[in-house]
Ligand binder design. Sequence first.
Ligand code: 4NP
Length: 161
Amino acid sequence: MISVAFVCLGNICRSPMAELIFKKLVKERGLENSFIISSFGTSDCEEGNSVYPPARKTLKSHGVEGEHVARQISLKDVINNDYILVMDSDNLFDVLRLTGGSFGEKVFKLCSFTDNPRDVADPWYTRDFERAFADIEDGCNGFLQYLLTEKKDAFDYDKRH
Ligand code: 4NP
């Protein structure tokens, strides 16, 4: 079992997009029993709000469905997850501030798992939800590929138990 938490600032655009995209990729491979997948914001500014409508519309146009209610990440959430996948350098800074610099070994930028490491530009400001979707999908594919090659034993174990 591998637990993954996607993190952005508000938890209404990028990280719920990543959560729902990654859930779909995992399901398509029949691996849903091997994962716990969630998402959080570093801020509480959108706490309790659902997925931002333009983000939801973009997901839907790519065949990705699902819901999420925004919540702020806590230290407990960092401790309880194997991977904390942030969208940009600001998110990375904020998560490490929350942990006092601890647990850095499990915090990664999502697109560091691609051939073109980069930040996921915040569509709240760029208004480019298609670009955000493409970056996030690329990152999710790269991360899943990384797990399937580097953490193969975890999936083999789950299949046996
Ligand atoms: P997200 O986008 O971090 O991708 O969910 C944002 C959502 C809300 C705000 C900023 C970014 N805000 O300033 O309220």
